[in-house]
Design a protein around this ligand. Structure first.
Ligand code: 13P
Ligand code: ZN
Length: 285
């Protein structure tokens, strides 16, 4: 089967297109990577041929030795993924020592994997281990409301998580572990990869302050839905904050505990602290 006809590939292209329409991928902003299953790789094996030699990754990911991943190309427009898949994406293989990769498909016209490859691979190594192989997708986007909030709220996971959870019940259901927060750092570096990897031990979604988010998931739909939910909550919160300096009412820690009991959500107590009572109703002077 051709790579472009494989079900895993068409699902990823659809995700790129949906995400672009949400406005999360200006120009070449954002990137994604998917770790192929043995069945995915077997289905497209006729098109996987080593092209060029081994390239250093810049960090070591022994937990991904021999893995095959589809990764977006550096500098490619997200809106071109469907039109020019062989230029916008590539498939690569990780060496047995986990220090290098080589290209098996795509990256036409001397393209190369995303500049965030170290962060993608570091995160894959963590999620593969922590999920027993279930989690296969790492996704980086630039959703505007979450980015805007990183200028407004303190860069503190307990604050971000609680504020987003309060916005609508789906938030605690879709990201019950909370949201991780990484301060502004230079993109594409091993340092931001290392910091994100630490956060992904605990969280499925991590905010990169004044930059974007990294999210991990089992499938394109799961990953897309996670970012969509957090981004919608951020939009609601910004609307609220633009109307009042303090909320008049909000679900309490006990409300969230009650919901967690009904829906069996593993919400951590560190996010369920008591908050100041809401504002008195506004009275005119
Ligand atoms: P790439 O074009 O290299 O994927 O970079 C986009 C981006 O969002 C960097 O953080
Ligand atoms: Zn980015």
């Amino acid at each position: 089967m051709k790579v472009t006809q494989a079900p895993f590939f068409t699902a990823l292209i659809r995700m790129c297109d949906d995400a672009r329409k949400e406005g999360w991928h200006e120009c070449h902003g954002g990137n994604l990577s998917y770790r192929l299953s043995a069945d995915d790789a077997a289905a497209v094996s006729e098109e996987l041929t080593p092209a060029g030699g081994w390239q250093p990754i810049g960090l070591s990911v022994p937990g991904l030795a021999g893995e095959i991943l589809l990764v977006t190309a550096a500098g490619q427009l997200f809106r071109s993924t469907a039109r020019e898949p062989e230029r916008s994406l590539g498939i690569l293989e990780i060496s047995e020592d986990g220090a290098c990769y080589r290209v098996l498909w795509g990256y036409w016209d001397r393209g190369r994997p995303t500049s965030e490859l170290p962060a993608h691979l570091a995160n894959h190594e963590v999620i593969k281990r922590r999920s027993g192989g279930r989690l296969r997708l790492v996704y980086h986007a630039h959703p505007e409301n979450l980015i805007a909030l990183s200028f407004v709220l303190p860069l503190d996971e307990t604050v971000f998580t609680r504020e987003l959870w309060e916005m609508m019940p789906e938030c605690a259901m879709i990201f019950p572990a909370g949201i991780g927060v990484v301060p502004w750092m230079v993109p594409g570096t091993p340092e931001i990869a290392a910091m994100t990897m630490e956060k992904v031990e605990e969280y499925d979604i991590v905010l990169w302050a004044q930059h974007g988010v990294f999210a991990v998931g089992e499938s394109p739909d799961a990953c897309f839905g996670l970012v969509e939910t957090a981004e919608k909550a951020a939009a609601i919160l910004l609307k609220v904050l633009s109307c009042v300096s303090r909320k008049r009412q909000a679900p309490s820690a006990q409300d969230l505990r009650d919901m967690a009991a009904v829906f069996r959500l593993p919400l951590k107590e560190k996010f369920l602290y008591d908050r100041l009572p809401p504002d008195e109703p506004h009275r005119s002077a």
